[in-house]
Design a protein around this ligand. Structure first.
Ligand SMILES: Cc1cc2nc3c(=O)[nH]c(=O)nc-3n(C[C@H](O)[C@H](O)[C@H](O)COP(=O)(O)OP(=O)(O)OC[C@H]3O[C@@H](n4cnc5c(N)ncnc54)[C@H](O)[C@@H]3O)c2cc1C
Length: 425
């Protein structure tokens, strides 16, 4: 059975890995020259409820990528406003590490290859077309192309897109595969009812900070300094996609995290104002280059799905990551991608795809996000184990724990320990 995964971000890597573990032939197609997509500017793992989710996936046998991020950690058990026990992986080491891991498992990968269209027969996809006209047939398809819109959004919304990371002008714009197959995209909304939302962070060049700040950041993993009162802008918290970072502490302080670069959790901070702060006199943005003004508009293209991650209306198309809903984060992309990979193989074998139990956080978030998306209010929210409304729900439902024994016991009680390691073929 041939499973084709389109898009090599965290979600696509997880889907490819899981489909391979289940025994399928897997082809992963990525339009740039690197895996991990937005993950190349990320770094924060295991903060708040993401700890529970990572350990649940490890208990279920789907934890390979979490163990790799742990191996690439620069700092563990870091605290910053509103967040506990975070791991910060090294964004420079991460991509080659994941790439080697997938190669060692004989996952076929094509880079600098953009999928531009699909051929359908009835409600099934028969094959895909690449940018150079090549046609490739498959049995089951997984779309993990993220939720960024085309490059034009940078101009249209005047707020930047994620394409500095995905290098859109060089590798071509993103298109929606599910839409090509005939399914209308869903769009996330902001509080003011406009569409899309911007990231809550960006990167500063570490070398452009003073020695004192750099040393402290590298030692502790976190550096916090107050913003002068006249420069505090609470309003910009409203446009953060990462609602877990829309806390006033992130507007009142400069919060830096060491992910290899200096991750600035106070986004859209004008350079001139930033340079007024002691130790920041020479600072410059690393990513996006326009970080003082703009940042990564996303959630412009999501496919409707069921809780097995199958796209509604297409028989053999599954989705994961931001393409599958208003999920924010690597952990969320890996969880949804893994389930998509597993169920794609089940579908290919004529078996019924499964839902994860809602007594696990990883199952609950998938079902909850789908329910919430039905309402306008739900479309205004983002869903992450790391904070905002979903983390509150985790606590209310007693799903949040950092006790690994409890998490392992949950998996055993459900008879799901090692579940994702099961070979289906
Ligand atoms: C600035 C920033 C910082 C962030 N920091 C963190 C963090 O610290 N921790 C955290 O957990 N989350 C963070 N996030 C969020 C997180 O990175 C994303 O939610 C997650 O990585 C999304 O993964 P994905 O696989 O769904 O999509 P993406 O990462 O968008 O990956 C999609 C991939 O598909 C490829 N692709 C697209 N179209 C095609 C096509 N037609 N053919 C072939 N390939 C295609 C793209 O090139 C890309 O590699 C951050 C996001 C941003 C923007």
């Amino acid at each position: 059975m041939k499973v084709i995964v389109i898009g090599g971000g965290w979600s696509g890597c997880a889907a490819a890995l899981e489909a391979k573990k289940c025994g399928a032939d897997v082809l992963l197609i990525e339009k740039t020259d690197m895996l991990l997509g937005l993950g190349n500017v990320g770094g924060i793992m295991r903060n708040n409820g993401r700890y529970t989710a990572a350990q649940e996936m490890i208990a279920l046998g789907g934890g390979d990528l979490f163990e790799l991020t742990d191996k690439c950690a620069r700092h563990r058990n870091v605290e910053f406003p509103g967040h506990k026990h975070a791991t910060l992986y090294d964004v420079i080491k991460m991509e080659p590490t994941v790439r080697r891991y997938l190669l060692e498992r004989n996952i076929n990968m094509m880079f600098e290859t953009r999928v531009v269209d699909v051929e359908t027969i009835g409600k099934c996809i028969k094959g895909i077309y690449l940018h150079d006209g090549t046609y490739i047939e498959g049995d089951v398809f997984i779309e993990t192309t993220g939720s960024t819109g085309p490059m034009g959004n940078c101009l249209r919304y005047g707020k930047g897109c994620s394409m500095c990371i995905l290098r859109c002008p060089s590798y071509g714009p993103r298109i929606s595969i599910s839409k090509r197959a005939g399914v209308e995209d869903l769009l996330g909304m902001r509080g003011d009812d406009s569409y899309g939302a911007m990231s809550g962070s960006c990167k500063l060049n570490k070398e452009s900070l003073s020695n004192e700040i750099r040393e402290k950041l590298e030692k502790d993993g976190v550096y916090i300094v107050e913003i002068p009162k006249e420069d505090v802008n609470l309003e910009k918290l409203n446009i953060k996609v990462c609602q877990q970072y829309a806390l006033k502490e992130f507007a009142e302080n400069i919060v830096l995290l060491d992910t290899g670069h200096a991750k600035l959790m106070t986004s859209y901070y004008p350079l001139e104002k930033l340079r007024k702060i002691k130790g920041f006199e020479n600072v410059r943005f690393e990513d996006p280059y326009s970080g003082g003004k703009a940042n990564s508009i996303r959630y412009l293209s999501m496919a409707p799905r069921d809780n097995t991650m199958k796209v509604t209306g297409i028989e053999n198309l599954f989705v994961g990551g931001e393409k599958s809903g208003l999920f924010v984060g690597h952990t969320e992309a890996i969880v949804t991608g893994t389930l998509a990979g597993y169920n794609a193989v089940r579908w290919g074998l004529g078996l019924k795809p499964i839902q994860l139990p809602t007594s696990l956080a990883v199952g609950d978030i998938i079902a909850y996000e789908n329910d919430m998306k039905e309402s306008v209010e739900g479309l205004r929210k983002r869903y992450t184990f790391a904070g905002a409304s979903y983390f509150e729900r985790m606590k209310e439902l007693n799903l949040y724990t950092i006790n690994n024994d409890i998490i392992e016991k949950r998996a055993k009680t459900l008879m799901m320990d090692g579940f994702f390691n099961e070979k289906l073929i």
